[in-house]
Design a protein around this ligand. Structure first.
Ligand SMILES: Cc1cc2nc3c(=O)[nH]c(=O)nc-3n(C[C@H](O)[C@H](O)[C@H](O)COP(=O)(O)OP(=O)(O)OC[C@H]3O[C@@H](n4cnc5c(N)ncnc54)[C@H](O)[C@@H]3O)c2cc1C
Length: 329
């Protein structure tokens, strides 16, 4: 696979802003203050489909009409009370119910820390199994994707995934190209015939576990995408989900797929709601499958901060649109 051109950081301040936003994303106190601000919510709306499942389903229906599929994410993470873990699982049961009742084409994505991972893996497993059992009884069975969080959770998340995957077929996990360990994790997933979602990784990680330089992360992404699309992986039934907005990587994946003679429905691209809609629609027009990750709910603060960290210019965009909105009103 050819290497993407090395993207220069958009501003010399970008790496510092990235760290600052990622640091802020883990402050519960700031999170509580910001979540109650209507102004901040108006900024976050660019990336968050709404606060209720009905609003999220309406967004998914619109995406479906444009040829895109979706994965619904009920926002929330790092809960510390058993009651909250149960409530998160209940929210997913409702989402699955609504997906089936409305007939939209969507799966769900979830975070194990929202299901009680910090209280113990057995707590998260019990809630995850409730969700998987409800999904398995639905028609059609929605795909349940387990998001990957900070590196402290990588091992327990993969261990839990392998346990539930032994009992449920329509469940998958996420791997992050910035972690050194991921090549090994991908081998095990390929051996099991499980196609992961491959992303670059969105958390603040140290050089002892993750590549600090963007060029190295991009190169790792391409190596892993190459492995997931290889004939050996396809022979095992692997269906990869390539999650990125990076045009150079998307182009490289398209070229590799065409060189290997892989049909456009044998894998999918995934992107986040509100980001590069132009690219999402262009890919659909070319005949590729594109799934949009659609977050909704009240706990949008850490998710919003991570989106600002990925592209600090978003802050200027959000502030500009709030300013022009307030002038209009
Ligand atoms: C469907 C999906 C699911 C994900 N799930 C996880 C997960 O489970 N765990 C995890 O750690 N990470 C997850 N991520 C986030 C991912 O790890 C990256 O942080 C994020 O996708 C940005 O990386 P990139 O591949 O788009 O490339 P980058 O090199 O960061 O960006 C490439 C280009 O994409 C555009 N872009 C990227 N981000 C933004 C943004 N926020 N706003 C506007 N434009 C932007 C810009 O044009 C940028 O130049 C997910 C991403 C996607 C798309």
């Amino acid at each position: 696979m050819h290497q993407p051109p090395t993207a220069a950081p958009s501003s010399p301040l970008a790496p510092y802003l990235r760290k600052a936003f990622l640091f802020l994303s883990s402050s519960p106190r700031l999170g509580r203050a910001v979540t109650d601000s209507r102004l901040a919510w108006r900024g976050a709306r660019r990336f968050v489909a709404g606060q209720t499942v009905e609003q999220a389903i309406a967004v998914v229906r619109e995406l479906n009409n444009q040829g895109l599929t979706a994965s619904l994410d009920h926002l929330g993470e790092n809960i510390s009370r058993l009651e909250d873990a149960r409530q998160t699982a209940d929210a997913y049961l409702l989402a699955i119910d609504q997906i089936c009742a409305s007939g939209v084409r969507s799966g769900v994505s979830l975070k194990l820390t929202a299901l009680g991972m910090d209280l113990g893996p057995e707590v998260a497993e019990e809630q995850l199994r409730r969700i998987l059992a409800a999904a398995a009884k639905s028609q059609p069975v929605p795909f349940v994707r387990i998001d990957m969080e900070g590196s402290a959770y990588t091992e327990p998340t993969l261990a839990l995934f392998h346990r539930v995957h032994a009992d449920f077929a329509r469940v998958g996990v996420v791997v992050q190209a910035y972690l050194y360990r991921t090549a090994g994790d991908v081998e095990r997933l390929v051996a099991e015939g499980s196609g992961p979602r491959l992303c670059k990784g969105a958390y603040l990680e140290g050089p002892e576990v993750a590549w600090p330089r963007k060029e190295d992360v991009d190169a790792s992404y391409l190596r892993l995408a190459g492995r997931l699309l290889s004939p050996a992986s396809r022979d095992r039934g692997v269906y990869p989900a390539l999650a990125t907005h990076d045009p150079a990587i998307i182009e490289a994946v398209k070229q590799l797929a065409s060189k290997l003679g892989i049909s456009r429905d044998a894998f999918e691209f995934q992107m986040l709601y509100g980001i590069r809609r132009d690219l999402q629609l262009a890919l659909v027009k070319e005949g590729y499958r594109v799934r949009v990750y659609v977050p909704y709910g009240r706990q949008w603060y850490p998710y919003f901060m991570r989106r600002l960290a990925e592209r600090p210019e978003n802050l200027a965009f959000v502030l500009r649109s709030l300013f022009s909105e307030s002038r209009r009103t």
